[in-house]
Structures are given as C-alpha cells and as structure tokens.
Design a protein around this ligand. Structure first.
Ligand code: ZN
Length: 269
C-alpha cells in the first residue's frame, strides 16, 4: 500500500477540513514554486495578497500543515517550507485543470453566439471544415455510404430541412477529428434555431441545390465539385445573415457595424 500521496489522488473526505483550501491550493503552491529556497508563512501570505487573496499568517500555517500531510511540502529547518516533487506535480496538474477550464468556458461562450458577427464566424469555420470533410467524403465514399447519402435526400422534409445531413457527410470523410469538429459546430441547438429564424426571414431556408449538388459529387467521387457546392452553400448562408443584419440595422437606423449588434429578435417561421 502506497502511503505517499499521489498527485492525481483526490483527497479523501476526512482530509478536506480547511475551508477555502480548494480555492487557495493553487495560489499557495504557486507562491512556494516562485523561489528555489524555503519560504515562511509571511512570504506566502504576501504573495497571496499580491494575487488578491486576503489571508492571515495562522491560516497560511494551517494550509501548510495540510500540505505537509499530503506530501506536497516539507519543512526545511526553521527557514520555512519548500515544495516536494509531489507538490510540483500537483501544481502542474492544477494549472492544467485551470487552463482547460478557461478554454472550455471560452469555447462554450463562442458556441453560444450573441452577435450576428459571431454567427458569421462560425459559418466561416464550418465552410472550411466542410470543404475538407466533403472532399474526403467524395474521395472515399463506399457504395453503402453513397446509398446512405441518397437516403438523406429522400428523407427530406417539406421545408427542405435534412437534420443530420452535414454530420453524416463529415462521418463519411473517415477523419474522426474532422467529423467530431463538424458535428460539434453543427449540432448547437440554440445556434441552429437562430440560424433557421434568420434564413427563414431571408427566404433562404431550404438549400436543396447544395444538398443535391454535394450528393451528386459524392456519387461521382468528384472532390472538386463537392468543394464548390460546400463553398456556395455557406457563402449563401453567410450572405443571408449579413443581409439580415443590414436590414435589422436599417430598421433601427443606428449602427455603423450592424453585425456586431446583439442578435435581433426574430420570429421562427
Ligand atoms: Zn445544409
């Protein structure tokens, strides 16, 4: 049985007894990592203050005792404490978690566009990704996959909508990462609804021409034709969103750059 705390271990319930430790663990370990010599509680406290955390010396002392118990720090005579290798690993892990959380939050924010400009940005990224995925789909599609693509066209709704068509095509590309990215950008319900409303208002909701052109290109294994169809499809959607933006701006007669205005309320037709 290992008794040394491992950096990846989640602390057991009875180890978590100091309020605020979860919040202060990273800044305290970071403060200790700033120097290559042992530091005392006052130095750590000052460093935390510089980072905006108000904490007393005795509290810092209690946290350090806890870190000793977890194996992250050790006493270095009477000069203070220093990080152990387990403490450095823990700090690396916490920094990675923090970076990942910030990236996730930023990504979620970008996938919930609040302006027409942000919608256009997403469509522009999709245009590039789907040029690649549809080219690959055209080059690689097996007879069964060509059948599957045809079945999508047969299943279209009266509105011309074919839910899942873009994701299906990207899966045919055989590139799992590309397919996951297309799927991620395509299956955003709120974005989809907003886009439907805007394209509906612009009278360009159904884009059968694209869907048929790309299906034909895939059947003929013609990558260039597939790319042309994708570019036209997205250019048309981007133009529709831009036109919607300028008509919304004319209505309110206010903005110099209408695409950065918040998305106006649109009825879902
Ligand atoms: Zn489409």
């Amino acid at each position: 049985m290992a008794t040394t705390p491992h950096f990846a271990d989640t602390p057991k319930a009875d180890q978590i007894r100091i309020p605020g430790l979860a919040l202060l663990e990273l800044p305290i370990l970071a403060a200790l990592a700033q120097t290559d010599h042992p530091v005392g509680a006052t130095t750590v406290r000052d460093s935390l203050r510089n980072g905006g955390y108000e904490i007393s010396d005795p509290s810092v002392g209690r946290y350090m005792h806890e870190f000793d118990a977890r194996g992250y720090t050790r006493r270095a005579s009477n000069r203070g404490r220093e990080l152990t290798s387990a403490g450095r690993l823990r700090l690396t892990q916490l920094r990675r978690q923090e970076t990942r959380a910030a990236q996730d939050a930023r990504f979620r924010e970008l996938l919930s566009p609040s302006t027409l400009k942000e919608i256009i940005d997403i469509l522009a990224v999709r245009r590039s990704l789907e040029c690649l995925s549809c080219r690959e789909a055209a080059l690689r599609a097996t007879p069964e996959q060509v059948e599957g693509v045809r079945a999508f066209v047969a299943s279209r709704r009266p509105s011309g909508d074919m839910p899942g068509f873009h994701s299906y095509l990207s899966a045919v590309s055989g590139n799992a990462l590309l397919s996951a990215l297309v799927d991620l950008l395509t299956r955003q319900e709120a974005l989809h609804q907003t886009l439907r409303s805007i394209l509906g208002a612009q009278g360009s909701l159904a884009d059968m021409q694209f869907h048929e052109a790309v299906v034909e290109a895939v059947e003929r294994h013609d990558a260039d034709a597939a790319e042309v169809a994708v570019v036209e499809h997205f250019d048309r959607m981007i133009a529709a969103v831009a036109a919607f933006a300028s008509s919304a701006a004319t209505d309110s007669a206010s903005s110099a750059d209408e695409t950065t205005d918040p998305i106006p309320a649109v009825s879902d037709r």
